[in-house]
Design a protein around this ligand. Sequence first.
Ligand code: M6R
Length: 364
Amino acid sequence: EKGGYPHFMLKEIFEQPEALRKTVAPRIKDGLPDLQVEAFTDELIRSVGKIHIVACGTASYAGMIGKCALEKLVRVPAEVCIASEFRYNDPILAPDDLVIVISQSGETADTLAALRLAKEKGIHTMAIVNVVGSSIAREADSIIYTWAGPEIAVASTKAYTVQMSVMYLIALKMALVRGTLTEEEVRRYCEIIQAMPEKQQDILAQSDTCQYFASRFQNAEHLFYIGRGLDYALSMEGSLKLKEISYIHSEAYAAGELKHGTISLITDHVPVVAVATQEHIYEKTISNIKEVTTRGAKVLLVVNDRFEVKDDIADYILRLPTTEDVLMPLLAVIPLQLFAYYTAVLRGCDVDKPRNLAKSVTVE
Ligand code: M6R
């Protein structure tokens, strides 16, 4: 049932191009986004004031990528709330707000409660869910299914990728209706997203390199992930993946924030994974890398191949195929997943069933 892979997690990492294809293909018609959600009318899209994205764990990190995409492409304010916080914090919701909940299982207790709260307040709710007919899917006003297929490993991988892709499609649809992008621009983005599975495949072909990097970092007790903007959002997901399955303590930090305290933790025993895929902040992240290498940290840099990186900037460099900056997370997540996976395997961990964790958290 693992299709020849040693673990479900690895199988699911390799299934990402296919999951992306299946999720995106039915939602692009004549080159433009067509979400096939009746209730998400153009009128509703035009009237949205603010978007609240509510989810737990990895789904919330997909939401962070979505927030960045919505703010960049649609210029609509968006915020991400962890469901267990949202439900008890008396959230400020206006009638023209939109609540988007994201959940692989569709059964996460806190996410379901958050959805119910928003509905009670008369806010339009949209759910991005992987399991057909699950509680969240049944109760939301609008539902967009991700077609990742069953995800068995506790660590979420392919579900995250397709959640991001749906967030991009929502942003593109909204940008088209609200006129923040031209039709031509939206078409271009759609084309690029449709071509993304092949680029993902190219990265998967480098899995041996990720395994090698993992072997260099496997004995760390603590590790930092740094990045800015979308790269910071992605760092959070990379860090969660590593913690969850390898039990190495790690933290994701906005690269510019290190010198406000955390850099005191950096030593030659605390390696750093740096993510730099965004052109407008690339040089800034490079400066932050220099700050940590000066303090002895070994650095693995995951970088957009378009940038001219000097080989001596980091100890290990993984170059990613390039695409539109805003879409880079669809590619950059893969080496982070593979790095976490191989690190856990090398440490002898139970990758698919990490201690203390359940696949679906149906109690709060
Ligand atoms: O089923 P959900 O997407 O609602 O689950 C949310 C989180 O419990 C889940 O993403 C969790 O963080 C994963 N184990 C992370 O890999």
